[in-house]
Design a protein around this ligand. Structure first.
Ligand code: S3P
Length: 176
């Protein structure tokens, strides 16, 4: 079928990366890993506590280390944090061993899913309007670095079917 390279999912907080990633990994017999969960396992504290104790730049350094380690794995669906791909070196590292799929979900749906979640530090630092601006900025980033973009209108199974159909092409055809 296709090489057992990794598949990395990117997208804004609340876009559905984890839900889609877990189901996708089962379908293609890949393992699933989430960069935030990996950092939490390594540090033994939650991401929001890392932000509180040591600040965002320290979190970003841990995220970079996580990317270096995880991107070398084989046969994984990797779900990244919403800000992971802000770092150009992270993108470069991921692209060595992985195709990047952008889960494009509209802002209102993302916001609905995250608005009551106290576990997302970026959310606690911004108003809804600032989050919308961040969303627009990140959208351009995700679109520019991804190999494939899939729209998620809440129908997870449709989204997964679209990704599955794209995977074979992704591994054989260059991006046009
Ligand atoms: C962040 C998104 C979070 C997490 C951290 C920072 C961001 O991940 O990495 O709180 O900068 O957008 P999710 O996208 O999985 O919520």
């Amino acid at each position: 079928m296709f090489e057992r390279k990794n598949i990395t999912l990117c997208g804004f907080m609340g876009c559905g990366k984890t839900t889609i990633g877990k189901q996708l990994s089962q379908k293609i017999f890949y393992k699933f890993i989430d960069t935030d969960e990996y950092i939490e396992q390594m540090q033994k504290i939650p991401v929001e506590q890392i932000f509180v104790n040591s600040g965002e730049s320290y979190f970003r350094s841990l995220e970079k280390k996580a990317v270096e380690e995880l991107s070398k794995l084989n046969g994984y669906v990797i779900s990244t944090g919403g800000g992971t791909l802000k770092d150009a070196q992270n993108v470069e590292e991921i692209k060595k061993h992985s195709k990047i799929i952008y889960i494009n979900t509209d802002f209102d749906s993302c916001y609905d899913r995250i608005k009551d979640c106290s576990l997302r530090p970026i959310l606690n630092m911004a108003t809804a309007e600032q989050l919308r601006e961040l969303y627009e900025e990140r959208k351009l980033l995700y679109s520019s670095v991804c190999d494939y973009e899939v729209f998620n209108n809440g129908q997870v199974s449709n989204c997964i079917s679209t990704i599955l159909a794209s995977i074979e092409k992704l591994y054989f055809l260059p991006k046009i």
